[in-house]
Design a protein around this ligand. Structure first.
Ligand code: G3P
Ligand code: CA
Length: 229
């Protein structure tokens, strides 16, 4: 692929600041990234929040499932003793079109709410379709995105099989395949690209692996330390 390699911050800039926080997003922007990947869940009161795990226990002073807490309850918690859990809208307002946002639909039933927010930002805040890339391991969430607006860019996440991901990508006219770094070969990158898909691999943190992915010709690298790309 002739276009430039995309430098993508994973959960913001996870190596440097607590993942999926506004401070982590700001750190990634300081590194002049091309895109920032975040994870979304729907909370009990219906808003989309940016958080990785299905449960609060690892990253906050709370406990139990994110989806069983209201936004008000989540806002009373601290990530790593310090940060708020942000809403997707707060993250979008922080990025403010300075780079692409890769929204991973992590939680159940997140596609429609995400698409509605994207529409709102396109209609009222001068964002455009190219600012967004929606990825998921969950095929039905990606199908829901495709049904809502087939022009939205989608990425099929896989940690199992690039060829299966390509097969599914074909059914939703996906933009990209997002394979775990352990699956990537020079050949499967070429195959995916020949079929018209970008290849964005994760999570590539060490210099040697970053170099290897570059020699394989991937289109983008998702990294906890995007400054090394
Ligand atoms: O989107 C790439 C990567 O973030 C997927 O895995 O578990 O880090 O969300 P995970
Ligand atoms: Ca993710």
């Amino acid at each position: 692929m002739s276009e430039k390699l995309l430098k993508i911050g994973h959960r913001g800039a996870k190596t440097y600041v607590a993942e999926n926080t506004i401070a982590s997003i700001e750190k990634a922007l300081e590194f002049d990234v091309d895109a920032i990947e975040v994870d979304v869940h729907k909370c009990k009161s219906g808003e989309l929040v940016v958080f990785h795990d299905f449960t609060l226990d690892r990253m906050t002073n709370g406990s139990g499932e994110v989806s069983k807490h209201t936004l008000k309850q989540l806002k009373n918690l601290k990530v790593n003793g310090q940060y708020e859990i942000p809403t997707l809208e707060q993250v979008l307002d922080t990025i403010d079109k300075k780079c692409i946002i890769n929204i991973e639909l992590k939680g159940r039933d997140t596609a429609l709410a995400t698409c509605k927010i994207i529409s709102k930002y396109i209609d009222t805040k001068q964002w455009n379709l190219n600012h967004f890339l929606i990825s998921s391991f969950q095929h039905h969430e990606l199908e829901a995105v495709y049904k809502f607006n087939n022009q939205l860019r989608t990425g099929v996440l896989t940690k199992a099989s690039v060829s299966d991901a390509i097969e599914f990508a074909n059914t939703i006219n996906a933009y990209a395949i997002h394979p775990n770094v352990a699956l990537v070969t020079k050949d499967n990158v070429k195959t995916a690209q020949e079929k018209g898909y970008k290849v964005l691999t994760w999570t590539v943190n060490d210099q040697l692996s970053i170099k290897r992915m570059k020699t394989y010709g991937v289109d983008g690298i998702i990294s906890d330390n995007p400054d090394l790309i």
